[in-house]
Design a binder for this molecule. Sequence first.
Ligand SMILES: [Zn+2]
Length: 310
Amino acid sequence: MKQTRWTCTLFACFLTAALLKAEPIDMDGYSFEIRHDTLFVSCDSLHIPGDLVVVLNDRTNIYKKLFHDETDDLMEDHPADDLYKNIWTRERINAYNTPIDSIPDSIYINCREFCMPAQGYITSKFGPRRYRFHYGTDVKVQIGDTIRAAFTGQVRIIDYEARGYGHYVVVRHDNGLETVYAHMSKVLVDENMRIYCGEPIGLGGNTGRSTGSHLHFETRYLGNAINPEMIIDFSTGNIRDDQYLIAKNTTFKYYEEQKALAAAKYYTVRSGDNLSTIARRYGTSVRSICRLSGIKETSILRVGQRLRIR
Ligand SMILES: [Zn+2]
């Protein structure tokens, strides 16, 4: 949380100073003063954190990062390189082809340094949706709300999908997780940029396949999605545990559900159909169709209705 606090503290001071154009401000042993177009920060140099991040909110509500050291981004090593077998590509979110079966039974992920990506209530949970699987947690945000990096890491992908994620960012973290932030109105970082936990990476939006502004947030390990709610308590905005245990049988239990969904077959009711003829045609039973489709055996079918038959 340290970087976040520094970001917020300095940001708040900068903004206050900028708005007031006033006398020097003293805060926690730091003094801030604007002279002409320069912000002066005075303090005991021993107290400046090595990984200080300063962000600025300008009048159009766009955050900019100051003092960004671009040599950081050119580092040859990427986060968790060993784990990811040196694969660093912007081509796909899951570029690793690592089946869940090949993941060890239990792995601890260091989550001590964490920042809530967005403050808001959950609008849609991780799990099966009607005809597809939802690999993230949706959080209500307003357009322009600051979206922050959940952990420290490096930006792997920035892209735009008009019919999917809209403007989105994928970050690889030092702790081995990857996170995805989608449907944003604006991205504030660059590919390969080193970013710190709590750093603003974008602004909330409604781009791509989205109805109503929200953040679609994913947590992944070697490309395989993990329900973000297992790691983060969205009601309090805190990490559940400093060490998140990936227990294969629990964490990836949804995989079975997902496989069943992928294998699902649907049938659209036509004129003259009834449950028994459909069941016979597809070698299944009326009871099974009713269970999968969530209807009663006595239900009257209507033309155009979708039934799940497998
Ligand atoms: Zn979503």
